[in-house]
Write a protein that binds this ligand. Structure first.
Ligand code: NDP
Length: 451
């Protein structure tokens, strides 16, 4: 067994009950194989074995009272994975599927993503198995307050700065932050994704989606292609999907799919700015289902199907793919179908949306594959810019933040590409992003000695 396979086997033995975390560890460590020969110092200091264990895992009980006066109990998590290069940073996810393994996989990925952004941020993730769907505003507020009553003691602007993720948008961040201020009695910027009125940054809501499109544009430019005129498939209809679609429209592409956990809509005429407004209103304010889009615009709706199933079953022609809903959306079969239907560029808005077999299909077919930790790093990058603005107590304009976001996405692309070349697999952004993100953190850990 190779050195790295040994490290992976040790994690598999200890964390056997955490499939998503094991998948992420396997994906990252396998691609770090070329670093072993180049860095005997990393091996000696056992950096590979150390980086797969979080600095700490905080698990807590979240009791709250619903609108009927009944006591509800959820589980809360905050995994502070690694703070070698900056304060812990990573979102909070509220979704019934949340468990320790999922939050660990997200926190682990976040270490390398944050390192790639060029900003000083460590890796963390948190959340709860609370489901905001179907809850009243009042219930969401009570839950957020109960969650923060424990979380507040573990976070701080130089310690740990959470943000949103699935199920945690502007409303939840507002309730969480309000409760934090109430408890600590100081206006301390301890969350990002805040409202503009209380320390938020312009472009933060747009950043992940815009960034995923900027990253796709960078990858396409290596083959003298552009986003303009391309047909794009997007999954999900939340924050990431919405602003991916907005940027695609602005750059002259044609987005044709959108989905939620109930099904998929295909609009072959293209989702335009007016239809996108309808989606924003539907999803962010009325909190309705995406099937309403199909009814309003009289286009096909496929209940219980993912975007990737529909592309395979209907032979839908697409050039670009932006998976933007959740982990493991795309398997081998759907990856093959995507390629057979004309897709040569996959830019991951969601975290780990392609399983390990799907990734093999992309790499074996010369697809421009932008892995999540590179392609969706725009969100945390602008969160980092929000922290900078808060620290300076001033606000940058939209243009300024967007320019910085574009520069960061270019830089991420460049460092992933360069690392892929240096380590002998030019154009493999997965290997490049993992190595570039890892090396910086590993060098910092090495400098600190054995701590
Ligand atoms: P939202 O909660 O805003 O939207 C999530 C979307 O995905 C919704 O349309 C939701 O459908 C759908 N979805 C979620 N779970 C499932 C499921 N199990 N099956 C089918 N559809 C599902 O989340 P975001 O847009 O913020 O996040 C989407 C992805 O992007 C996640 O992987 C997240 O980790 C990642 N990400 C987000 C960042 C951000 O800045 N927001 C930053 C980096 C990564 P429904 O409405 O029915 O729930």
């Amino acid at each position: 067994m190779s050195f790295m396979q040994d490290v992976i086997a040790r994690v598999q033995e200890k964390d056997a009950d955490q499939p998503e975390f094991l998948q992420a560890v396997q994906e990252v460590l396998t691609s770090l194989e070329p670093t072993v020969k180049k860095h005997p110092d990393f091996v000696k200091a056992r950096i590979y074995d150390r980086i797969v264990i979080p600095d700490r895992a905080i698990l807590f009980r979240v009791p709250w009272v619903d609108d009927r006066g009944e006591v509800q109990i959820n589980r809360g998590f905050r995994i502070q994975f690694n703070n070698a290069i900056g304060p812990y940073k990573g979102g909070l996810r509220f979704h019934p599927s949340v468990n320790l393994g999922i939050i660990k996989f997200l926190g682990f990925e976040q270490i390398f993503k944050n390192s790639l952004t060029t900003l000083p941020m460590g890796g963390a993730k948190g959340g709860s198995d609370f489901d905001p769907k179907g809850k009243s505003d009042n219930e969401v507020m009570h839950f957020c307050q109960a969650f923060m009553r424990e979380l507040y003691r573990h976070i701080g602007p130089d310690t740990d700065v959470p943000a949103g993720d699935i199920g945690v948008g502007a409303r939840e961040v507002g309730y969480l932050y309000g409760c934090y201020l109430k408890i600590v009695n100081a206006n301390v910027s301890v969350l990002t994704g805040k409202g503009l009125e209380f320390g938020g940054s312009l472009i933060r809501p747009e950043a992940t989606g815009y960034g995923a499109v900027y990253f796709a544009a960078e990858m396409l430019s290596t083959r003298n292609q552009t986003v303009s005129g391309k047909v794009a498939a997007i999954s999900g209809s939340g924050n990431v999907a919405q602003y991916t679609i907005e940027k695609l429209i602005q750059l002259g592409a044609k987005p044709i799919t959108i989905s939620d956990s109930n099904g998929t809509v295909v609009d072959e005429a293209g989702i335009d700015a007016e239809k996108l407004q309808f989606i924003l209103e539907l999803k962010n304010f009325r909190r309705g289902r995406i099937s309403e889009y199909a009814e309003k615009y009289n286009v096909p709706y496929y209940p219980e199907k993912s975007v990737w199933d529909v592309i395979r079953e209907q032979n839908l022609k697409v050039n670009l793919a932006f998976p933007s809903a959740h982990e493991n959306e795309i398997n081998q079969l759907n990856a093959e179908a995507l390629i057979n239907n004309g897709c040569n560029c996959v830019s991951e808005g969601a975290n780990m949306p392609s399983d390990l077999d799907a990734i093999k299909v992309y790499l074996n077919n010369n697809v421009l594959y932008g892995p999540a930790k590179a392609a969706n790093a725009g969100g945390v990058a602008v969160s980092g810019l929000e922290m900078s603005q808060n620290a300076m107590r001033l606000n940058w304009t939209r243009e300024e933040v967007d320019n910085r976001l574009q520069l960061i996405m270019k830089s991420i692309h460049q460092s992933a590409l360069e690392a892929s070349e240096t380590y002998g697999c030019k154009g493999n952004y997965l290997v490049g992003a993992n190595i570039a993100g890892f090396t910086k953190v590993a060098k910092a850990m090495l400098a600190y000695g054995i701590v």
